[in-house]
Design a protein around this ligand. Structure first.
Ligand SMILES: Cc1ncc(COP(=O)(O)O)c(C=O)c1O
Length: 390
């Protein structure tokens, strides 16, 4: 048989989804793959029911149904403090996953270099391989996950075409400060690079931290492709609705790529989601408060068990330090924890370019009952590890 595409061999299947499969096998509580175990807002489910009974079941406009783009542009103009033109500056995609891939394929030709902060969301490495771009990694150093501006400058100086900015960040929970974003903006201006943002956690930020949209910084809209989605903000990861926002010249290219990748996002789901895009500010305040309560509840439990972690500033992940447990690798630890403790996490090494074996990632987008159950299992961790290491 002829050989398959060589690119396939350059990345393995997702470690996160592999952990989910093992968790299912051992009936463990799955705190690895980041999605909520609670329902989206009831108005949204009702809206979907009404749309399903109607006649909107054929292709929408390739770059997004007009209703959806209008509501999205209004909402994002308000939060991003920009005037976004729904006719020229938006493409609706199948999740932020497609938006990021389209952004990469729009700005990068094969062989172009892309700056990626490490640790990174695992899709970016695959996006780079599939679009033919070569990643240059810049360290975010644990436990604070700050970057060294000289290292970033070296990476951009090496001729980078674009920089990927995940903010708020998965897996570190870092929310880039305005000052840090200004440093990035000076450097991308100096070395003339695009910025591709992934801002799916834009509304999950814990005070006093605040989310600053990179595109809103002075002079940055012209070189920024803002990618995000409705998955996390409205607890609808299965609807696969995302988008890119950028200046018209970039969007023209992105629409072409998107058209041939997927044609478009599901028409009835776009129509139903307009309801969510029209929610008032209270919705976002409550969302933030709800996640803050989950975070604080989970962190308190980890404190009581005596686990060490970096407190997340945004998103719903937490990196826990396992160095004291003396396992050969984070993967070995995670597999052992699924079987012996009944809780699944992701080995931190799958997010780092460097060889980092002492971190694991939990997510806490779960009901309090699920988190409580997970914590009560994790209480046994220190004793079980002690028995194992005798
Ligand atoms: C940083 C980040 N970007 C993108 C995604 C995927 O988003 P979507 O469901 O919109 O494709 C995730 C999902 O976990 C994520 O953590």
């Amino acid at each position: 048989m002829p050989e398959l595409n060589k690119k396939i061999n350059n990345f393995s299947d997702s470690v996160i989804r592999r952990m989910t499969r093992i968790a299912n096998k051992y009936d463990a509580i799955n705190l690895s793959q980041g999605f909520p175990d609670f329902d989206p807002p009831v108005e949204l489910k009702e809206s979907l029911r009404e749309v399903a009974a109607g006649s909107m079941h054929q292709y929408a406009v390739t770059w997004g149904a007009p209703n959806f783009r209008k509501a999205l542009a209004e909402k994002q103009s308000k939060f991003m403090d920009l005037e976004i033109d729904p006719e020229k500056e938006v493409v609706v995609t199948c999740g932020s996953t497609e938006a990021m891939m389209v952004a990469m394929m729009t700005v990068c030709s094969p062989g172009d270099k892309v700056v990626v902060f490490s640790p990174f969301y695992e899709n970016y490495a695959a996006d780079a391989i599939l679009s033919g771009a070569e990643p240059i990694y810049v360290n975010l150093r644990p436990p604070e996950f700050n970057f060294d501006s000289k290292e970033l400058e070296q990476a951009l100086k090496a001729g980078a075409k674009a920089l990927i900015l995940c903010n708020p960040s998965n897996p570190s929970g870092k929310v880039f400060s305005r000052k840090e974003l200004e440093i990035i903006s000076e450097l991308v201006e100096k070395y003339d690079a695009f910025v591709i943002t992934d801002e799916v956690y834009e509304h999950i930020v814990y005070p006093p931290h605040q989310h600053t949209y990179f595109a809103s910084l002075p002079g940055m809209f012209k070189r920024t492709i803002s990618c995000s989605s409705l998955s996390k903000t409205y607890s609808i990861t299965g609807w696969r609705l995302g988008y890119l926002i950028a200046p018209e010249e970039i969007i023209d290219g992105a629409r072409q790529i998107h058209d041939f990748l997927t044609v478009g996002a599901a028409a009835p789901l776009q129509e139903a989601a307009v309801t969510a895009l029209n929610f008032d500010d209270k919705y976002y305040q409550e969302l933030e408060q709800r996640y803050k309560e989950k975070r604080d509840f989970f962190l308190k439990g980890l404190d009581e068990i005596g686990l060490k972690y970096t407190e997340p500033q945004g998103a719903y992940y937490i990196l826990v330090d396992i160095s004291e447990f003396n396992f050969d690798s984070d993967l070995e630890f995670c597999e052992w924890m699924i079987k012996e403790i009944g809780v699944a996490a992701v080995p931190g090494s799958s997010f780092f370019k460097e060889d980092v074996q002492h971190l694991i990632r939990f997510h806490f987008a779960k009901t309090e009952a699920t988190l409580e159950k997970a914590l009560s299992r994790l209480e046994k961790l220190p004793e079980k590890v002690r028995q194992r290491n005798i």
